[in-house]
Design a protein around this ligand. Structure first.
Ligand SMILES: [Zn+2]
Length: 237
């Protein structure tokens, strides 16, 4: 592992390895998908109920405030009713009272509904919260083997990341940036092996002069067609 090209090739290999293993670590095995979803649903139900209870409490406070406003207004109109001078005024105030009474009834109904909702949600939340620790334990038990695999992958990732850091530290910052741009542009394949006399990525034949330069090593040669860095594996040739 000496030449810059060998190091680039290794760096790319490790980066690809990390990406693939991370994906593997974060993808739950098919046989556990259903089990995992059921458990997540239970956790989410608890969160949803907590949120709904808090929201309903706020709504109830607001409805209570509205109700006392409407009741104040009602009392005001009722005292006006006692002071009216004529039939026309009497009719007008009665009309106002009728409208405010409707608002009072609506606010009371709303509070009753919210009370009922809060009571039911609180009960359901309590019973779900009570069994959740046990469900979590059972879930982790079912996922035990998968957790072991995940930890193994994490260990592999740690050592791969260390190697990546070492390789990157050995590069000139400008080369490192250029290489990572090329990696991004070429879908993670910035440096590719020569297969026979062709680029292994795009299969276009390499010019004889370029092939000679490649075999001599040390010099960076790009594929004329796909513009990737060509890599001649000395050990394989
Ligand atoms: Zn190519």
């Amino acid at each position: 592992m000496n030449t810059p090209l060998e190091q680039l090739y290794r760096l790319q290999d490790r980066l690809r390895f990390v990406r693939a293993r991370e994906k593997e670590r974060d993808t739950i095995p098919a046989e556990l998908v259903e089990v995992d979803r059921e458990y997540r649903d239970k956790v989410e139900a608890v969160e949803r109920l907590k949120k709904r209870c808090a929201e309903a409490e706020v709504e109830r406070r607001r409805a209570n405030a509205e109700l006392s406003e409407h009741r104040d207004k009602l009392r005001k109109y009722q005292s006006q009713l006692r002071a009216v001078q004529n039939q026309r005024e009497y009719g007008a105030v009665l009309n106002e009272i009728d409208g405010v009474e409707k608002l009072v009834r609506a606010a009371e109904d709303k509070i009753l509904n919210l009370d009922e909702e809060i009571e039911n949600a609180t009960k359901e939340l309590a019973s779900r919260q009570e069994i959740l620790p046990l469900e979590t334990e059972q879930h982790e038990e079912r996922l035990k083997d998968w957790r072991v695999t995940q930890r193994q992958i994490n260990d592999e990732l740690t050592s791969a990341q260390e190697e990546i850091s070492r390789l990157e530290a050995g590069m000139h910052p400008r080369d490192r940036i250029e290489f990572s741009r090329l990696l991004e542009k070429k879908g993670g394949q910035a440096i590719v092996l020569v297969a026979g006399v062709s680029c292994s990525a795009c299969h276009v034949k390499i010019r004889p002069a370029a092939l000679q330069a490649l075999k001599a090593g040390r010099e960076i040669i790009y594929c004329d067609s796909c513009k990737r860095i060509l890599y001649w594996d000395m050990q394989r040739s």
